[in-house]
Design a protein around this ligand. Structure first.
Ligand code: AHR
Length: 324
């Protein structure tokens, strides 16, 4: 049975790799003045959230506009799938590999394989935890610690104690889950009367947020605030709060991260109280960095995405032109 499931999963992954890519370009790969058509292997995390869908669309559109041939794979939030996809890109001799790591650790071996094959790697969105930063060219993405700090700062400025917070964490071991927790804790540390009374992973999904919130509403008395590491989990928590007969945004305040359309709509409707933006539109910058790396140009080791925050009034103003 287990063998059958494994075989099916492998077949599915390979099918995704083949279906989303086109024929090999025959490009040699490696940095140093490449001028013909670029082939990029992109190993995406999955489709767990509205943010992720917007990020995938951005990468695919930008690749088409930049004339980059994109081989795309969806790891369904599993590190082993991402490693298989990267190995497949190495075998196919793509020119450049870009990926957003599901979790922070455990990448050195496969990144070393890419380095030995002289295929440059660009990290997008999420970082890896490695001592050897020669394993990748650059890391393009948000400052997740700062995002957590912004969320905590808003709470310190908009609450009076005592405040009981429940935290809905992202995927265990993922950079945004680790860093958003760290940043939030740092920002609220000065307020002894703000307490994180429970913290649990909802895996960055709406279903996960709902399920965790349902359990927390049963087990934890007097919840004042939900701090969700993304909009999707916050939206799931809203469903659970309503089902428990409480009013989200009033009885229980909600702070989230991302600012995707559904989150912004809930913010404008007063069901979420504050959103810290995390920008998924990384495609253009990614293609630009890939071209520079392959042309042998120097690129910064870290490119930080610019982001803002939203109150309900600001969400109402931003919604009509929001792209995602
Ligand atoms: O890595 C970015 C995070 O991953 C987004 O905040 C979240 O929605 C996504 O799943």
């Amino acid at each position: 049975m287990l063998k059958k499931i494994t075989t099916t999963a492998t077949a599915l992954l390979l099918a995704t790799l083949t279906a989303c890519g086109s024929a090999d370009s025959g490009a040699s790969g490696g940095a140093g003045g490449k001028t013909d058509k670029i082939t990029m292997g992109f190993a995406q995390v999955g489709a767990e959230s509205g943010w992720r869908t917007a990020n995938t669309t951005s990468v695919q559109r930008s690749a088409a506009t930049a004339g980059v041939e994109l081989k795309f794979s969806d790891a369904q939030q599993k590190q082993e799938n991402q490693i298989k996809a990267i190995r497949s890109y190495i075998q196919q001799k793509v020119d450049v590999i870009a990926f957003s790591p599901v979790v922070e650790t455990g990448w050195d071996a496969v990144l070393l394989e890419a380095k030995r094959a002289k295929i440059p790697v660009i990290l997008t969105d999420r970082a890896v935890d490695s001592k050897d930063d020669s394993l990748y060219e650059t890391f393009l993405g948000s400052d997740f610690v700062l995002e957590g700090e912004k969320a905590g700062k808003w709470l310190t400025e908009n609450s009076q104690g005592p405040v009981n917070v429940v935290e809905l964490q992202g995927t265990t071991g993922a950079a945004p889950a680790i860093d958003r927790k760290k940043g939030f804790e740092k920002a609220v540390a000065a307020r002894q009367d703000i307490k994180i009374v429970a913290t649990q992973s909802g895996d960055f999904t709406r279903a996960g947020g709902k399920q965790v919130m349902e359990a927390l509403l049963r087990s934890t008395p007097d919840i004042d605030v939900v701090y969700a590491h993304n909009d999707d989990m916050g939206l799931g928590a809203i469903e659970a709060i309503k089902a428990a007969g409480k009013t989200p945004g009033k009885d229980i305040k909600i702070i989230t991260v991302d600012a995707v359309k559904a989150g912004m709509e809930a913010l404008a409707a007063g069901e979420i109280n504050y959103i810290v933006e995390c920008n998924p539109l990384l495609g253009d910058q990614l293609m630009d960095l890939a071209k520079k790396v392959l042309a042998g140009e120097e690129v910064p080791k870290r490119v930080v995405t610019e982001e803002t925050t939203f109150t309900p009034e600001q969400a109402k103003a931003a919604l009509p032109t929001r792209q995602y």
